[in-house]
Each structure stands twice: as C-alpha cells, then as structure tokens.
Design a protein. Structure first.
Length: 423
C-alpha cells in the first residue's frame, strides 16, 4: 500500500500496530508513516510522505501547550544531538481541530541502516492528559503557574506557558494576558529583593524552593502568596520547565506583620525600637555587604530632655518625642532606618552613606529640630539635639559603628550640646 522499503511481514506488523510510527531521512523528510501515525496526526499518506515540516496550519506543542519551534521538533532534536528521546510528551494541533492530540513519544537514529534514519514512535495519551491535567490542575484551589526553564536572567524571561483558573482569579489576569510574559509582571515596589534573589539562585541551581512573596495583581493591589517552585525534568534529567504552586496567605501575613510591628515599633513615635532596629538592620547590612557598600550611623540625644518633663509634664514631653519622630522621617532619606532606642535616645542608619553625607543629614536634622515648637498649655516648648556620626566602609561592624557614633555624641555634649561631632 505504501511505497516503503519494508518486508511484507514487517509492513503488516506496522500497519496494524496500535502505536504510530514515522521514519525520517536524516534531512527530516518523512519516508514512512504507518496508518496509526496518520490517524493521530489527521494526515493522509500523500500529505505526509516527503514532507520535512508540518504544514503552516499545524503546530507541535510542549507538554504545557507552548508552541514548539521547528528546531525543537523531536526529529530535529535527535539529529542535532545524536541522542535518543524517551517518553517525551508532546501535542499536535491542526486548524481544523484546535483540541490537541497528546502523545508520549520515543525517537532514535537507526544506525543499522545505510543511509541512517530517524525512527519516531508515539502512543495516544489524550484521555489521560485530559483527566490528569485538566481535571486536577485546572480545577485546583491553589494557583499553578508553569514557566520555561530558559532565559532566567532575560528582562522578559522566563516565559509563562501555563496558568490555571485559580491563578487567574488570584492575580486578576486572564490567561491571554500572562501567557508568554514573565512572572516579574507580578512584582511591585515592595516585593522583597532577598526573597526574589533566593528564588533566582534556586532556579539557577535547579533546586526546589519555597518562599513567601508579596505580589501585585493586575490592578496593583498587593497580596501575599506562599509559593513552592520545583523543576520539571524531561527523561528524568533535562530541566525544561519550572512549576510554581501558590497559596494566598494575605490575611495570615497581615496578622503576622501586625504582630511583628507591635514588637518592633516604638508605640509613642512609630519609629523602630531597639529590637526592631536590630532585626531590620541585619537584612539591610546583608544587602550592603553583597553589593560592597558601606553605611553610616547617627546617634542622637535630645538636650536637657528631663527638664522638659519636669517643667511642662510628661504629656508635653511625649509630644516632643512624637514631633521629633515625625521630623526624623522627614529628614531621613528613602532607605534610612530611624529608631528610638529609649527615653530621648534616637539612632539613624544611613545605608550607602559615608561620614560626610551622614554629617550633612545630622546637621540638617539639628537645624530643623531647633525650629520646632510644641504647645504645652499656654506655653511653647522648644528643644535642641546633640548628635554623633560614625561610618563603616564595609558595613560589617554595626556594633562598633554604634559605639563610635555614641562616643562622638558624648563629645558633642561635652562641647556644649546642640552640635554634631563625628568619630
């Protein structure tokens, strides 16, 4: 029936085989296709024989529905690498029937023949794919996203090739809006860099990773997800994709952050307390060391604060502390940390700043503090501050830098107060 160089017995066997079989020349031309192969591909013998690529209205798909480029076709991969393919899942889709036919495929070079040929065999698994993939993953309550494993560092990579309904509901994006895009479209101004860096390092090492991430939906609303990411391997070896399972933990995270804030923030001024400063500065210093940047510290005392409490009362003293907390935030740069260590003691951490820049910030704070007036009944309370500055070029000795800034602060007090000194 087919013009193929096969013995009668072998031809009978292949013609009645339940699996599809295609034989390619080394230039990818189809030399033979058995009836089951033609049936699965919805092609006639005349359409198949001699063809090197599928017709333009045909597409081969990877296991997540992404369209394969011709170089990724199984026959081309085998010819290029010289290695066989084992149990590769692909789909075939034509314009007449947009529902793909899913097959599990094996391919190898038959070196016993001269000239050599590529033999491709495949079996229909469409029913299995529909049951396992659509009914389980598509309908899962957790958001699922699958990305290609390549182009991790590209600005527009890696590409998203699959999302389920739960992902669309959580993110606000439709499938059409995210397929082919990078997961970075979910990142926003407060997405934590450290978590993203840990994920990137794990993906590069092709290792599983679990993180809690702050994402942003289509409309810019932030939400938290507990995300688990793992590699999907082809033939048990080559990593082709990464799958991410995301669970919405926004409410739990908000509760956690509220509890953390209560433990880390000074309730009077809203600034970090001593514990909060230690916790937050640890992460800041880690980032500074990684980028080889230094930092500076400003230690501050309000001058003669006890006399304010004694003369005007503790309510007025508390208002002075609150006003100074507001002033610190106004003078501080975007990434500076402002903390109240207790009483009238305050500290600023200036990431990336040297001594001269920190002196400028401290002097600006001193000048503006002297202009503040706080109402205390019929009177007005004014105050001044003394400050000490110290810097660390490698951001590796915060305790010593704090001690140096504190020593400079005491020199400022000894020199008459209302001044800034450096270590």
């Amino acid at each position: 029936m087919h013009q193929a160089p096969l013995s009668f017995d072998l031809a009978m066997l292949l013609d009645n085989l339940a699996a599809g079989v295609i034989v390619h020349a080394m230039d990818t031309r189809i030399l033979y296709a058995n009836p089951r192969a033609l049936q699965l591909l919805h092609m006639t013998w005349d359409q198949a024989v001699g063809r090197q690529d599928l017709a333009p209205d045909w597409h081969l798909l990877d296991e997540f529905g992404g369209v394969l480029a011709p170089a990724q076709y199984p026959v081309n991969r085998v010819i290029q690498s010289g290695q066989p393919l084992t149990e590769l899942v692909i789909g075939a889709r034509c314009a007449e029937d947009p529902a793909p036919t899913w097959v599990v495929l094996n391919a190898f070079i038959d070196k016993s023949q001269q000239p050599q040929r590529v033999v491709v065999t495949f079996s229909d698994i469409s029913q299995y794919r529909r049951l396992q993939f659509r009914d389980i993953v598509d309908r899962a309550f957790d958001a699922v996203m699958v990305c290609e494993a390549k182009h991790l560092d590209a600005p527009d990579g890696p590409r998203i090739v699959y999302v389920n309904d739960a992902f669309c509901q959580l993110s606000g994006y439709s499938r059409e809006e995210v397929l082919g895009k990078t997961p970075r479209i979910m990142q926003g101004p407060q997405s934590e860099r450290a978590s993203r860096d840990r994920i990137r390092a794990a993906l590069q090492a092709q290792q599983p990773v679990r993180e809690t991430l702050l994402n942003y939906d289509k409309h810019g609303t932030p939400y938290w997800v507990d995300v688990s990411i793992f590699a999907l391997r082809e033939h048990g070896d080559q990593v082709t994709h990464f799958a991410a399972f995301e669970r919405d933990v926004t409410e739990a995270k908000r509760t956690e952050l509220a509890q953390r804030d209560a433990a880390q923030l000074d309730p009077l001024t809203g600034l970090l307390n001593r514990r909060g400063f230690a916790d937050v500065s640890a992460g800041v210093l880690q980032g500074l060391r990684a980028s080889r940047q230094g930092c500076a510290v400003v230690a501050i005392d309000l001058d003669f604060f006890k006399s304010v409490n004694d003369r005007f009362g503790h309510a007025a003293g508390d208002q002075v502390l609150r006003e100074f907390g507001v002033l610190m935030k106004q003078v501080a740069r975007k990434d500076d940390l402002c903390a109240r260590f207790g009483g009238e003691e305050f500290v600023m951490l200036l990431p990336g700043a040297g001594r001269d820049q920190a002196m400028e910030v401290a002097e600006r704070l001193r000048v503006r503090a002297a202009q503040v007036r706080v109402a205390a009944g019929a009177e007005w309370v004014s105050f001044t501050l003394s400050a000490g500055v110290a810097a660390d070029d490698i951001a590796d000795h915060l305790d010593k830098t704090l001690m140096d800034a504190d020593a400079a602060l005491y020199r400022a007090k000894a020199a008459g107060r209302n001044r800034v000194e450096h270590g």
